[in-house]
Ligand binder design. Structure first.
Ligand code: PLP
Length: 362
């Protein structure tokens, strides 16, 4: 039985989306405008923040979020190396230096112990990533006294101590890339914050640094959410909690079905509700296991095998004498294996994944 890595589909919601898209098409308002403003209000209410600023994609949300928090060229920003490349790329894009810190190889997220050694005199912000749908312990980083921008691209709807990702730091970046837990029909992103000044600066920066299109006070971005994406997202946002609950049911079924006998199961951070953007298990020889699963039609994939601090483009940002020693990152990069996950994974498919891991592990 074939089991895809991503088991989710918008098919059931398409008629409603298409109706809304037709209305937007007829409205003549395609960029920002009332549809985007309504989505920004609805997402802010969902996250529990005062402001949401819709932008073109999650990478821009990170870059604009950093600038809005006051990060300037020459500043340092602490980022995990075990993440999608865009997290560090956004730091470099605003002229700052990414300083790579380690992660806990069990949670795949930063911890106070991994962040602290990377903090120095020039550190201007910390950029924890809620990787794979788990939640970085943001409140435990507060004692460092630095602005925190959450990279919440992979964890829409996840919570830590009952507060949603996006509302844990000083600001957060979200992505609506189609494969995300809350995906649009193309690129999209948002900055969430409860700080009115940060929100105002982000609004300015997303529109070329101008309020009135006459005077340009900043070198900004052209990065706005469009009304088509906002209309689709307004249909889909009310589905997010249900989808995440289904993902959690799949994770529980994997655990109850004995998957832990064959791979190490994902470990949610203490106090976190993991939303399993990816079901990243661990295995000592994950690529060999993935090859054996593929023979049975079960798709599995290792993520970020080359961590960001070892990517060629990041070489200029490493300290003289070479990159940092990040043992947790190296372990996470070498051992992770994403197994099929999604709100629509059936009981038969879950059983097939477990059976395939059982036969593949021998
Ligand atoms: C952790 C992380 N950060 C940032 C991004 C960037 O988002 P986008 O693709 O919308 O630019 C992504 C996803 O692609 C991501 O997974």
């Amino acid at each position: 039985m074939p089991v895809p890595l991503f088991a989710s589909s918008l098919a059931a919601h398409m008629p409603r989306i298409v109706d809304r898209l037709a209305e937007v098409a007829a409205s003549g308002r395609y960029i920002l405008g009332p549809e985007v403003e309504a989505f920004e209000r609805e997402l802010a209410a969902y996250l529990g923040v005062s402001h949401v600023v819709g932008v073109g994609n999650g990478t821009d949300a990170l870059a604009i979020g950093l600038r809005a928090l006051g990060v300037e060229p020459g500043d340092e920003v602490v980022v995990p190396s075990f993440t999608f490349y865009a997290t560090a790329e956004a730091v470099a894009a605003v002229g700052a230096r990414p300083v790579f810190c380690d992660v806990d190889p069990e949670s795949f997220c930063v911890t106070p112990e991994t962040v602290e050694p990377a903090v120095g005199e020039r550190t201007r912000a910390i950029l924890p990533v809620h990787l794979f749908g788990n939640v970085a312990p943001v409140s435990a980083l507060r004692h460092l006294g630095l602005p925190i921008l959450e990279d919440a691209a992979q964890a829409a709807g996840a919570t830590l101590d009952e507060r949603r990702t996006g509302a844990l730091g000083d600001a957060a970046a979200l992505s609506f890339f189609p494969s995300k837990n809350l995906g649009a029909l193309g690129d999209g992103g948002a900055i969430a914050t409860s700080d009115a000044e940060v929100a105002e600066r982000a609004r300015l920066l997303r529109s070329h640094g101008s309020r009135d299109k006459l005077t340009y006070t900043e070198v900004g971005f052209n990065s706005r959410l469009d009304a088509i994406q906002a209309a689709a997202l307004r249909v889909l946002l009310p589905e997010l909690d249900g989808w995440n609950a289904s993902r959690q049911r799949v994770a529980a079924a994997y655990a109850e079905g004995g998957l832990a006998e064959h791979v190490t199961l994902p470990t949610p951070t203490g106090g976190a509700e993991h939303v399993y953007h990816l079901y990243a298990a661990r295995h000592p020889d994950p690529d060999a296991l993935a090859a054996r699963l593929a023979e049975r039609g079960v798709e599995a994939r290792g993520y970020y095998r080359v961590p960001v601090h070892r990517q060629p483009a990041m070489a200029p940002y490493l300290p003289p004498g070479g990159g940092p020693d990040l043992p947790g990152t190296e372990a996470a990069a070498a051992e992770n294996l994403a197994l099929p996950m999604g709100p629509e994974l059936s009981d038969e498919q879950i059983a097939e994944v477990i059976a395939a891991c059982a036969s593949g592990s021998i």
